[in-house]
Design a protein around this ligand. Sequence first.
Ligand SMILES: Nc1ncnc2c1ncn2[C@@H]1O[C@H](COP(=O)(O)OP(=O)(O)OP(=O)(O)O)[C@@H](O)[C@H]1O
Length: 453
Amino acid sequence: MATDSWAQAVDEQEAAAESVDDKAAQSLLNKLIRSNLVNTTNQVEVLQRDPNSPLYSVKSFEELRLKPQLLQGVYAMGFNRPSKIQETALPMMLAEPPQNLIAQSQSGTGKTAAFVLAMLSHVDPENKWPQCLCVSPTYELALQTGKVIEQMGKFYPEVQLVYAIRGNKLERGTRLQEQIVIGTPGTVLDWCQKLKFIDPKKIKVFVLDEADVMIATQGHQDQSIRIQRMLPKTCQMLLFSATFEDTVWNFAKRIVPEPNIIKLKREEETLDTIKQYYVICNSKEEKFQALCNIYGAITIAQAMIFCHTRKTAGWLAGELSREGHRVALLSGEMQVEQRAAVIERFRDGKEKVLVTTNVCARGIDVEQVSVVINFDLPVDKDGNPDNETYLHRIGRTGRFGKRGLAINMVDSRFSMNILNRIQEHFSKFRIDKIQTIPNRYPTLVIIYYYPSF
Ligand SMILES: Nc1ncnc2c1ncn2[C@@H]1O[C@H](COP(=O)(O)OP(=O)(O)OP(=O)(O)O)[C@@H](O)[C@H]1O
């Protein structure tokens, strides 16, 4: 592909990637497809507001002295013990007097469950007015969190929940009786300020979820700050985020005064168990041929194939299907629910190969993938190697000490240069060339690693 058209395609993709919907959609997708806690051995980093107070963490839910109805709810959800982030966050959130918290850990590590438990614990069911306010970036994410509140509070029916989301129209003059309000910033702000359904001065716990997604949305940041300003000084402020770039951090500090901070260090990517190769091809068609050979040899393993554009992904999925392969295609035009359904089928092994664009699959966790194929190498919008994405892609394979395989398809001097620069960037990487016996060598390599899948 000529550099110009490549760069143009990247622009289009990246522009799409930067859309807010995309971030919120990723987050929602992960929630929809995830059935379990993300398994992590990461270290927790804690920065306490008062460094002299002893750091208290729990290894069981009993130690938290939860209300029996809540403990029952936790166990009914199948939680046996607190997750890594919950071990430290829950004692802080449940402490008296309440402590503020900023917590960051990757998605799926139990943040939502943690703050839901904190909200349910702090509510006084006798008081028929909103006491906990939780703000989420989108309607769908608010609904997901609401579901967790409903599940966890199943045995605590005195506590009621209301959704402050578009479409939920209440009569003027209404005074809410529900103790927990979950919603999106715009509606929550209206309900507090303009419509006065909520008395913000009576809020005891304020949760701002998915801060990284929130700040990517025009207007949400300001609205969240305006809500926060209406709350009493004594209100407990809790902020959660999957990532912690400077922008998130600056926002977090404005929302949460005098915070305790918990960070879950991202697992050091040890890529020793992943073998990385590249194969030189002269055209898209040759890449496809090489892929067929590889695919033929890995039918019991699951592979993810990344293309640069939707067009290539669509073409490739079509070609593979014509060859009789069962292929799932994840494409940016799909609705979130459709995408979730595709990923779920793949996760359940109904399809063995998932073809996708990087943009579409960014941040989506599919754990069991053992082979990653970069049909196109990842580049950023300036046409430079996107090292982080490369790492993220190949990091999908070889999890939990299993062996994994990453194969890069190189089809031009441009892509060879990209690959070399990726290799230079990660000085400890070795990306070996698959010697050119066209169409056969990849298969041999795979057979060699096959027994370990
Ligand atoms: N202590 C626990 N034991 C077992 N499963 C848990 C525990 N805590 C949470 N889970 C489950 O793990 C999954 C992820 O948890 P949760 O949604 O709270 O993570 P999260 O960090 O909030 O993720 P996201 O950033 O995507 O919102 C959910 O299916 C949840 O039910």
